[in-house]
Design a protein around this ligand. Structure first.
Ligand code: CU
Length: 199
């Protein structure tokens, strides 16, 4: 068995490095995304102080959003967990910029707000041709706006990235079961959002 493995390796070496290149390709992309995510996290560290975020026009939408895990037909599937408090910067527009998310997400902990995640919120427009992607991740949606904080008519795609607090469901999951709204005076249990047809 071991001999056969080495034999194949030797054969690939004779043919050139194509075989090695193929084996490495996915991890090279993953490494590039990881480096990009590390750079992003570093550039956003200043927003651990929410006042810095507000000064840069990331404005609080106050409600701490969480989901029960209830499943509804033709609605988004949000596992039980929180999304936290969204600070939205409406001056960030256009195609999603991997280095400039338009939403910062905070978790109320005691009397503090802890930066836990970021989000890219991209409206569906007449010009939308494709589902957006960042870091090799497809955005979720399109979906209606998240009532009661975002009007239903705001049909959009979105992608969350839990850069500042681990998410057992994955870095890009929409909700985080380890984030809680229990310390918020403005806890909002939302229903899953309705899916909408794409382009
Ligand atoms: Cu959404």
């Amino acid at each position: 068995m071991r001999y056969a493995k080495y034999a194949r390796c030797g054969f690939a070496a004779v043919l050139g490095l194509a075989c090695v290149g193929m084996a490495l390709r996915p991890s090279v992309a993953e490494e590039a995304h990881k480096a990009q995510i590390d750079a992003l996290r570093k550039s956003l560290e200043k927003y651990q102080d929410y006042k810095v975020a507000v000064r840069d026009l990331y404005l609080s939408t106050v409600g701490c959003v969480h989901y029960s895990g209830e499943k509804m037909a033709r609605h988004m599937e949000y596992p039980k967990g929180a999304m936290g408090v969204h600070f939205v910067n409406v001056t960030v527009q256009g195609a999603p910029d991997p280095m400039k998310p338009n939403v910062l997400i905070y978790e109320p902990v005691g009397k503090e707000l802890k930066l836990v995640a970021v989000e890219w919120l991209v409206p569906l427009t007449a010009d939308t041709k494709d589902r957006p992607t960042l870091f090799g991740q497809s955005f979720m949606g399109p979906m209606e706006g998240h009532e009661p904080l975002i009007p239903k008519e705001y049909v959009h795609y979105d992608l969350h990235a839990w850069l500042f607090k681990d998410n057992p469901l994955g870095m890009f999951a929409p909700t985080n079961p380890d984030v809680s709204c229990k310390d918020s005076d403005f806890s909002l249990l939302e229903e899953p959002t309705k899916m909408m047809p794409g382009p």
